[in-house]
Design a protein around this ligand. Sequence first.
Ligand SMILES: [Zn+2]
Length: 113
Amino acid sequence: MKKKELFEQVSDMEEQIGQLYQQLGDLKQQFGEMLEENHRLEMENHHLRQRLDNEPDHDQDHDTDNNDAEIGEGYDNLARLYEEGFHICNVHFGSPRQEGDCLFCMMFLNKTK
Ligand SMILES: [Zn+2]
């Protein structure tokens, strides 16, 4: 009887270890995905920062009758951002475009033009 209990305990433990091992594998995979995502965000952040730094004019005193030109310029900046491979739509704004043209971005560009 004692031997049987001992054997059952060992079996239980074996099963638990198996489950733990599986959990460990899952965690490892999640961690890998997290690192990947982190890297992607770092790159994205880096690109966006560069875009901000390259912004040509930070003039504070705008003339009020300049508004049309400013809108045009804003459009150009967004169009350029899109050309460089980033989303400018409010759905994915600022994230890299990975699958060619984005329908939302195209709609946005046509609407603003
Ligand atoms: Zn988009």
